[in-house]
Design a protein around this ligand. Structure first.
Ligand SMILES: O=C(O)C(=O)C[C@H](O)[C@H](O)COP(=O)(O)O
Length: 224
């Protein structure tokens, strides 16, 4: 196992998870939308983004945002294979997020120069990741897998595990998740609502980010 590498990865993940406390998850269909969406979120105070590899232009989007917004931490999401992991590295992603995990992804993540935030949903999956040296996890799909109650329950046997819950979360549940000591930040697509994207209403996206951070960044900083 590449133990030293994974210790460094855990430190990098801690740093970027602390930059939240929200991580917008973007699925971008049109390349031309990438820069205005990224800029609106950046102007709204967002410093960490995840771009899912679910669209044809996703890798190009990451490459473009890398150039346009050098200060932002860019994650590649929906990474399912080591090949996609490699592609994400090649276009300049800062970290990789997966919905679940495979042995091959864990092995690749151990020797990559960028950290992997592996997706888990059960105690057994967490124990598997832990045995491979991973300490920070995406909890996905958060709401469908037991939500806040599940994360409270996992804190008992696994007090050192830290999670970024994602999946089915909106503003209504945010405060509850962020009040948990094992949750530094929360991810999701709710920060870029479909109707704003379709209308290319970048101002509304910036405003939503600003309003969310105005309420929650202070709340999390004082509670952690
Ligand atoms: O596949 C991945 O790696 C993902 O990134 C999954 C996303 O985190 C969720 O699809 C976002 O969930 P919603 O906020 O419910 O839209």
């Amino acid at each position: 196992m590449h133990a030293a590498n994974l210790v460094a990865h855990t430190q990098s993940l801690d740093h970027l998870l602390q930059m939240g406390p929200v991580i917008p998850v973007l699925t971008i269909e049109r390349l031309e939308d990438a820069e205005p969406i990224g800029q609106a979120l950046y102007d709204g105070g967002i410093r960490v983004l995840e771009v899912t590899l679910r669209t044809e232009c996703a890798l190009e989007v990451i490459g473009l945002l890398r150039q346009a917004l050098p200060d932002i931490y860019l994650g590649a999401g929906t990474v399912l294979t080591p090949e996609q992991f490699q592609q994400a590295e090649a276009v300049g992603a800062d970290f990789v997020v997966t919905p679940g995990t495979t042995e091959a992804l864990y092995d690749y993540g151990q020797q990559s120069h960028i950290p992997l935030l592996p997706g888990i949903a059960t105690a057994s999956e967490l124990m598997h990741g832990w045995s491979k040296g991973y300490r920070r996890f995406k909890f996905f799909p958060a709401e469908a897998s037991g939500g806040v109650a599940m994360l409270k329950a996992l804190a008992g046997p696994f007090p050192e595990a830290i999670f970024c819950p994602t999946g089915g979360i909106g503003t209504e549940q945010l405060a509850q998740y962020l009040s948990l000591p094992n949750v530094p930040c929360v991810g999701g697509s709710w920060l870029t609502p479909k109707d704003h994207l379709q209308a290319k209403d970048w101002g509304a996206i910036q405003l939503l980010a600003e309003q969310t951070l105005a309420v929650y960044s202070t709340a999390k900083r004082f509670s952690s």
